[in-house]
Design a protein. Structure first.
Length: 100
């Protein structure tokens, strides 16, 4: 049986638009949840870095190498987050300039 034989029927345009809206909404929610989890991860890395800096300042640091790695990781993750933000803002501005 061909692929066309497996099609039960084509719904109305209104049904197709409802399905499209559901998919777009789910996609938006998925993007928002991914963005939120990424921001939470960057926040956790920043908190670990701040703790490492505080330990270094008070002389409580046990492993200087691990503290330096935590600080470097926090710096890199912050730069990445800022670049993603800049790209998203540029894309938003570009969409705003697009004529329909």
């Amino acid at each position: 049986m061909s692929e066309f034989g497996k099609i039960n029927g084509i719904g109305s345009t209104a049904e197709l638009l409802k399905q499209k809206n559901k998919v777009e909404q789910a996609g938006g929610e998925a993007f928002a949840s991914h963005l939120k989890s990424a921001l939470n991860e960057v926040n956790e890395i920043q908190e670990k870095s701040e703790l490492a800096v505080a330990d270094m300042a008070t002389g409580q640091v046990k492993d200087l190498h691990q503290a330096a790695l935590a600080i470097g990781k926090a710096e890199t993750s912050m730069k990445l987050m800022l670049e993603i933000r800049n790209k998203a803002l540029n894309a938003y501005k570009e969409l705003g300039r697009t004529q329909l």
